[in-house]
Design a protein around this ligand. Structure first.
Ligand code: SAM
Length: 302
């Protein structure tokens, strides 16, 4: 019998790419993993078992998909690149628990997806070696959706992983840390060397594990205001909260007065910088601003 070789080896990956005359597309963030050891660690971090339905983003030529399929009940994988469909059909043929959907993950209606595919799912985990050019929108779409996700294990640029898991007072802490940590506990599970990819990316990589918080850390009156305030506090990182809030809400005397009342109510010194505020403090501030009926004038995205 022919010896079975895993997809994630340099030799097999090269053979697959040669067979289909494929070159990795940089524009789609295609960096394929050629190290089974790393893949096993990723699946392990996802605590995947025979009850688990895994959603994968970007299966590529199937290296990670294969390792997930060995442990999971089923894998549903979204791949945007239609060139990879015949490849995946071939490489994943030994597995009967994988469904590949040829769709841009950012265009998937997650509500319809949930109704169609997750009705009977007991435990749902998202696992991916993400296309780095759209890491943040992918994560936020999943977190803001109503999908019953228990956790996410995601490979991304190390610098982004550090931002997601950053604590207040650190350089990496910002509105992305707050947006993610509002929903999930975040920890860096693995630092991954460039050498496990082909082609090798230009940046360092890390795997982050996001686990749903058992109890909400902050409960706010208006989530939109909470996220707006968190964003506005970092628009000019080096400036004080007072400065950034005035840029966002306005500099008119009556607005300044209300801002001052809100900060007092929240017990926050206006001279502090946004990067020193905890999630709870942002929550208190957002609620106090709502109470003052303040409406943001410059709702800048960063
Ligand atoms: N999972 C494979 C691995 O680990 O070797 C490939 C990972 S590669 C970093 C990212 C994959 O995401 C590629 O297969 C790419 O085609 C796919 N991709 C890029 N943009 C996408 C999108 N918007 N929706 C779905 N898949 C996408």
């Amino acid at each position: 019998m022919e010896e079975y070789k895993e997809i994630a080896t340099p030799a097999r990956t090269k053979a697959i790419l040669d067979k289909y005359r494929l070159a990795a597309k940089k524009s789609l963030g295609q960096n394929f993993i050629v190290d089974t050891n790393i893949l096993e660690k990723i699946v392990h971090a996802g605590e995947v078992d025979e009850r688990t339905t895994v959603i994968e983003i970007g299966p590529g030529i199937g290296a990670l998909t294969e390792q997930i399929a060995k442990q999971a009940k089923e894998v549903i994988a979204f791949e945007i690149d239609h060139r990879l469909l015949p490849v995946l059909k071939d490489t994943l043929s030994p597995y009967s628990n994988i469904k590949v959907i040829n769709q841009d993950i950012l265009k998937v209606d997650l509500k319809i997806f949930q109704e169609e595919y997750l009705k009977d799912a007991e435990k749902v985990v998202v696992i991916a070696n993400l296309p780095y050019y759209i890491t943040t929108p992918i994560i936020m779409n999943f977190l803001e959706s109503s999908l019953p996700i228990d956790g996410l294990v995601l490979m991304m640029q190390k610098e982004v992983a550090n931002r997601l898991s950053a604590s207040p007072g650190t350089k990496a802490y910002g509105s992305l840390s707050i947006a993610v940590q509002y929903y999930m506990d975040a920890e860096v599970a693995l630092i991954v060397p460039k050498t496990v990819f082909t082609p090798q990316p230009n940046v360092e990589s890390a795997v982050i594990k996001l686990t749903r918080k058992k109890d909400a850390e902050v409960i706010v009156k208006d989530e939109t205001v909470f996220f707006q305030v968190a964003r506005s506090a970092f628009v000019q990182r080096r400036k004080t909260l007072w400065n950034n809030l005035q840029v966002a809400y306005g500099k008119e005397p009556e607005i300044k007065e209300k801002l001052q009342v809100a900060l007092d109510q929240a017990g926050i010194d206006p001279k502090r910088r946004g990067e020193t505020l905890s999630l709870k403090e942002f929550g208190k501030l957002a609620d106090a601003l709502v109470e003052q009926n303040l409406v943001m004038q410059n709702n800048q995205k960063n």
